[in-house]
Write a protein that binds this ligand. Structure first.
Ligand code: FES
Ligand code: FES
Length: 207
């Protein structure tokens, strides 16, 4: 009789049974832990889910609060254009490639096609419409006109907002700084020379 047989035949609980039993217990504990973790992850995920139903939000645009009811899938660009009739932000690529939809959010240039309107509630949105009013024309607009920074004009509102945001953050920027800083906006007409000169002049005029 080998040692295993002797061990098996001995009275009560033997070492092999113990090892088998403890292995099963460890496996069962691991399965239970994995299930509990998955349940916790699923609960966290469910807590993050947003209902598809329209929601009432307040958008602060150009210093004014606007109460809107929008579905969560609606982008800021769509809310501005379709709900508030602020069509300065242009719907060109709708996928963060061209910059034609640029607005400022809390002072920073952002592609409005990449944000949901409900995300932006509570932040300050500034659009191209704010740069030219009956009382005041922003220097960026004047410099675009002076340097002939537009042809078809389709990219222009987005470029103007990108320049305004860039110059706010980088007063006294060089021409090369402007070229790098405005790399997120595309002009199909190729008016880059005028746009860059307008940005440079605006930056140099900053205090
Ligand atoms: S329309 Fe938003 S980046 Fe082109
Ligand atoms: S002026 Fe036409 S796309 Fe820029």
């Amino acid at each position: 009789m080998d040692r295993d047989q002797a061990t098996r035949q001995g009275p009560g609980f033997n070492r092999r049974d113990f090892l088998k039993g403890s292995g099963a217990a460890v496996a069962a504990t691991a399965v239970t832990t994995a299930v509990v973790e998955q349940q916790a992850a699923a609960q966290q995920q469910a807590a993050k889910l947003v209902s598809a139903a329209p929601q009432a939000i307040t958008l602060n645009v150009n210093g004014q609060d606007h109460k809107l009811t929008v579905e969560p899938r609606v982008t800021l660009m769509a809310a501005l254009r379709d709900d508030l009739n602020l069509t300065g932000c242009k719907d060109v690529c709708d996928r963060a490639n061209c910059g034609a939809c640029t607005v400022l959010i809390d002072g920073k240039p952002v592609y409005s096609c990449t944000r949901f309107a409900i995300e932006v509630a509570g932040q300050k949105v500034v659009t191209a419409e704010s740069l030219h009013t009956a009382e005041k024309t922003d220097l960026v607009v004047e410099k675009f006109c002076e340097h002939d920074g537009m042809q078809c004009g389709f990219c222009t509102p987005g470029f103007v907002m990108a320049v305004r945001g860039f110059c706010n953050a980088h007063p006294k920027a060089t021409l090369d700084d402007c070229r790098k800083g405005l790399g997120g906006n595309i002009c199909r007409c190729g008016t880059y020379a005028g746009v860059l000169q307008a940005a440079f002049d605006t930056a140099q005029a900053a205090n």
